[in-house]
Every structure is written in C-alpha cells, then in structure tokens.
Design a protein around this ligand. Structure first.
Ligand code: AGP
Length: 616
C-alpha cells in the first residue's frame, strides 16, 4: 500500500538523489503502482515531479525535465485510497508556501476535520487526497516559525489514523523527516549518506545495518545523525539491526516475471523452511522460543488462526494439521471478520497470525485484539523485522526470502512447512503423536523437495502451459478439493482471479451439489484436487457429476482413479495427506501464471492490488 523512499546524499554521484530514489521506488513498486513521484530540494527551490501510471512514466518526465542532480529528496509509489489515480493526486504533495513536500502510506481517518481546519486558514487544497492536509498543516506550522521537527510533531499529534510519512523541508532549513504509526519505515546510514524506505529491500544496496522505526516514532535525518522522538517529544534511541536478506533476491534473474521466479524457487524455499529445525531420529521439531516448549504447548487449549488472502488459506491448512495431529480445537478466521465480531476467547488460547509481510493491517489488529483478550500471541511470518513479530511472544520465521510478485506463491509453500512443523511440535509436546510416527512425518517432509522439483521440470511446466492454452477461453473456473485440499482449491481460484481477472471459485467438492453444480455446462472448466487416499473415491464421484453435465475436468493430484475419469490431468507425486497441499498447489500456480500470460495481463502487478495491505 504505497512505497516511500527518501535520501540525503553526501555527494551527488551519477544522476544525484533522483537516480537513487527512482531505483528505490523500483524495488517498492510492488507496494502500489498507480502513480509515482519525487520531491527534490534544489539550492533555492523545491521541485516536485509526479505522474499517474507506472514508474516508467515518471522516469520519462524526469528525463524531459533535465533537473540538476540534487542531494536531498523523497519519492513515492502510490496505491490510491483517497482520490483517483491522477497526476494531481500523486505524491508528493506540497504546502501552499512550497516549503515542504510530503509522501504518505496509510489512511488519515480524521482528514475531513483537518481539511476544514486548512480551508479555514484560507488555503485551497489542490488534491482529493487525505495526504495533502498533512502537508498544508506542516506548512502552516513552518510559516509560524516552528522548527521542522516540531511542526511535524504538532501536526501528527492531531492526526487519527495510520501512516508512514516522509517529508523534505526547504525553509526554514533543509530537513529530511519521517514518522511511523502503522505501516513500516526503516532507515539506513552509510558512507554515501542517509536513506529511508518502506521496505528494507530498498536499503540493502547501501548497508545491512537497518534501523526500524516503531509506532509513534518521528525521525529527523541529517547526513551525520538520525534523531528520533516520540509523539510527546521525548527522545528515544533505536539501535540498528543486521538484516540478512540479500539484494540479488529482489532480481528476476532471467525469469520473465517475479512470480515465475518465485514459483521456481519453491524447492529451495521448502528446504530452508525446515533446515536446522527437524530431528528425524528423535521424531521432533525445534522451534525457537518459550511459546513452543513442551510446558507451554501442553497448556494450549485452543488455537485461533487469523490471516488474510493466501495467508488465510495457509491458515486453514494449518488448522487441519494442528487439529488432526495435535488434537487441539482450532478456529480459523478472516482477520477482517475476527476483529469486528466481538470474539470470545477461552483460557489457554494461542492466537496465530500468518502473514508474509507481517504488516497486513487486519491481521495485525486481529492478533492485537486476541492478545488483549488474553490469548498467547504467536505468528508465522516472512518478514522478521515486521510489526507482527514485535507484537507476538512467539514467532516462526518461514525463511522464504523477499517475495516481490504480488501473487503470493513461495511464501504460501513456506507457510505450510512452518504450519507442519508447528503441528508436529505441538503433537509431540502433547503426546498425541509417537516419536516413530513423527519421524515418519519428518522423513516425508525431507523427501518432498525432489518431488517439488519434479513438478517444476521443463516437461511438467510445458504440460501446464499446454493445458492453459486449452482452457484460457473458459467461461469460468471451479476449483474443487476435499479435506486439507479444500483450501488449496480456494488458493487456486484466488491465484487465477488476481492475476488473470477471470471468474474462479474454490469450493469443497462435497458442497458442489448444493448450488455451484448449476454453473456446470460446456465451456466451464473444473480443476479437481485429487491426492490418493481416503477421500479420493468421493472426489471421483464429484468429477463424474461434473462430466455428466458437460463440464471439462482437469485432475491435479496423485490418484489414478480420478485421473482416469477426467478430461486432462496434471500428475503430482504422492506424499502424506498433510503435505499434499504443498505439491498440489504448484500446478495451480503455474496454470494461473500461464493463463495470465496468454491473456497479456500484468502478472507481477495485477490491477487494483498491492503486495502489502497496510490499510483496512
Ligand atoms: C496473495 O496472492 C495476495 N495477493 C494476498 O491475498 C495476500 O496473501 C494477503 O494480502 C495477505 O498478505 P500477508 O501475507 O502479507 O499478510
């Protein structure tokens, strides 16, 4: 939901701060891409360049403008919340006196009140955004003689909402300031200067030592020092932390899209997610922290999972695993529903948030609510420097590395591995699975990597592409699964919807006859998730029901009986029931990728979406 960068260089180098800010925005474009802009301080003026559309449009504008290389500036890539995507609503916004330019990620809830305040001061607002009011209020404060940091602090004191902001001031002095209340912001200092960004990925070219702002922090950055205050003016220190992700992972490395690269990374991601955590001989799992000790887990009475989107689908699967193996009652909820339904949590509840970014607003708030209601807060996350990790007592890092494609793929697989580890650890702590049985479960996990690689061989990928060509013009898609593969059906449908813009629904196969079967007719494609096992025969009957009504069925899985009655098939190696989603999802990810490619969609940046959803 919007990407922010800022920099103050020691030397202009090639292209000045403009070039570095554009590079930073390229890293953050996944966060929003309907417009972008820069605010640059030149010796005697503040220059704002902004354009609706992709970053390339801003780059053309910058090339035409021919501005002299500068040292100090901010940049923004937008995902619109207030005001349509347009040049005028793009960030940065400037105050009437052109002293300050500001960029914002988030939502200012009381912006209408603040807007009236600004209008009452005789200022005509130039945009439909909630952001501009902040700029104007800070401008008013500066015009009254306030120091820049104090002007920002006193403005933010009046703001209700959720924001990360960065701003540059030209008068009374040149300053680079940023503040956080919700969406992430981090800072880096190196011999080239000082930098800020919404995501560490944009800072890794400069240093691995990153300072993460906390909610309520306001930071003033000069080339020699970073000073941080709280909203009440009190000074605080935030020590930098070492970040181990590398900048190359944010490169496409020869793949046409990040999504395809990330799909192909999955065998490595899978192995990383369990590396150093499993003890096959002893039949147990090591997870860091007291939350996952025998003593703590044996007291767990209930697990409440909350998440959004793909992470929620991983959450459903986690639910099947923990309930099935550790015999703990589990509830899984949309984070956005949980937080508003006045939930009642019983004693001994573990709350588990699942999130790639660790910054999804609904998941964060749902977890915070559960913790306030007495739950023990835990999370499964990719970004270990995220707010979610700070809020929780226990954390399992999925180790997937940066995921850039807006459609989540490798993070999903890694979330499933983390969930499997949690389920086995809990089962061992509670004695519901023997050491021998756990050993076998862990051996199955260890054997999964070559199976996953098989699914990504050139031949298998070509087969998925051929099927995509057959079905690309289907009227609609139905994804059917049973048991632990029902959430895989939901995930297959979500992937297809979000990147191909075609209508797709995921359904429990047994529920089809209660309504969705009415959709079946020639021209409708059904994907049936068919692992071998106790539910295969039931699924086979569902496939027959679709076929009897003229629907085309593509079978995805290891069960030969289901393949035999389907029109086409994508064979998947066999594994245990709990792990089957990790294999079955791969052909679905590839199918949605190829359908989107055939339709000419923008795969890594699907319309209307953003990678990190930091607004409600
Ligand atoms: C998945 O492809 C999505 N684009 C989206 O559903 C995502 O999974 C969701 O927004 C949750 O994000 P998180 O994992 O960062 O919390």
């Amino acid at each position: 939901m919007c990407g922010i960068v800022g920099a103050w260089l020691n030397e202009p180098g090639d292209g000045g701060v403009q070039a570095l800010l554009v590079e930073g925005l390229r890293c953050l474009e996944y966060r929003g891409y309907d417009s972008s802009g820069l605010g640059i301080i030149q010796p005697d003026e503040l220059i704002v360049r902004r354009r609706q559309g992709r970053l390339a449009k801003l780059e053309s504008l910058l090339a035409e403008s021919g501005d002299a290389p500068a040292l100090l500036g901010i940049g923004h890539t937008r995902w619109a919340t207030h005001g349509e995507p347009s040049d005028g609503n793009a960030h940065p916004h400037q105050d009437a006196g052109r002293r300050v330019a500001l960029v914002h990620n988030g939502i200012i809830e009381n912006y209408l009140d603040l807007r009236h305040e600004v209008e009452a001061a005789g200022i005509e607002l130039q945009s439909a955004t909630d952001t501009e009011v902040l700029t104007q209020i800070i401008g008013i404060e500066l015009s009254k003689g306030s120091e820049p940091l104090e002007a920002v602090r006193s403005c933010l004191e009046r703001v209700r909402g959720n924001y990360a902001i960065a701003l540059v001031t030209r008068e009374p002095k040149e300053r680079l300031i940023c503040a956080r209340q919700g969406p992430p912001l981090c800072i880096a200092q190196s011999e080239r200067g000082v930098f800020l960004a919404s995501d560490v990925m944009a800072l890794l070219p400069y240093t691995r030592q990153i300072t993460f702002l906390e909610d309520g922090d306001i930071a003033e950055l000069t080339r020699s020092k970073v000073s941080i205050i709280r909203l009440n003016g009190e000074r605080v220190e935030r020590a930098p932390r070492q970040v181990d992700w590398d900048a190359e992972s944010a490169d496409k490395q020869g793949y046409a899209h990040f999504m395809l690269k990330e799909i192909h990374e999955q065998p490595d991601v899978l192995a990383r997610a369990f590396h150093g955590r499993i003890d096959v001989e002893r039949g147990d799992v090591q997870l860091e922290g007291d939350s996952f000790s025998d003593a703590a887990l044996s007291k767990m009475q209930r697990l409440q999972v909350t998440a959004c989107g793909t992470a929620l689908h991983a959450g459903y699967i986690a639910g099947y695993m923990v309930e099935g193996l550790a015999r703990v009652p589990v509830d899984v909820d949309y984070a956005s529903e949980f937080r508003y339904r006045n939930p009642k949590l019983s004693e001994g509840t573990y709350a588990l948030g699942i999130s790639q970014s660790g910054e999804t607003a609904d998941t964060l708030e749902a977890l915070r609510l559960a913790i306030r209601l007495g739950a023990h807060g835990t999370c499964i996350v990719n970004s270990i420097s995220s707010s979610m990790v700070r809020d929780c007592q226990g954390m399992i890092s999925i180790e997937a590395g940066p995921e850039i494609g807006v459609a989540s793929t490798k993070a999903f697989v890694a979330m499933l591995v983390a969930s499997y580890l949690l389920a086995i650890r809990t089962a061992r702590a509670r004695g519901t699975v023997t050491a021998e049985a756990a050993s076998q479960l862990l051996r199955d996990l260890r054997e999964l990597r070559p199976k996953l690689s098989t699914l990504l061989s050139d031949e298998r990928v070509a087969k998925v592409r051929a099927i995509a060509e057959h079905v690309v013009d289907s009227k609609g898609f139905l994804f059917l699964g049973r048991g632990i593969n029902y959430p895989v059906a939901l995930e297959g449908a979500l992937k297809l919807k979000e990147i191909s813009y075609v209508h797709a629904e995921g359904y429990p196969a047994g529920e089809m006859k209660h309504g969705p079967i009415a959709l079946i007719e020639p021209g409708m494609t059904t994907l049936a998730l068919a692992p071998k096992g106790r539910l295969a025969e039931k699924l086979r009957s569902n496939i027959e029901q679709v076929k009897a009504r003229g629907g085309r069925v593509i079978c995805v899985g290891s069960d030969p009986g289901c393949h035999a009655v389907s029109d086409e098939g994508l064979a998947v190696p066999d594994t245990n029931e709990w792990l089957s989603p990790i294999l079955n999802v791969v052909p679905l990810q590839l199918l949605s990728y190829f359908i989107a490619e055939l339709k000419g969609c923008d795969i890594d940046k699907p319309r209307n979406l953003a990678k990190s959803v930091t607004v409600e």
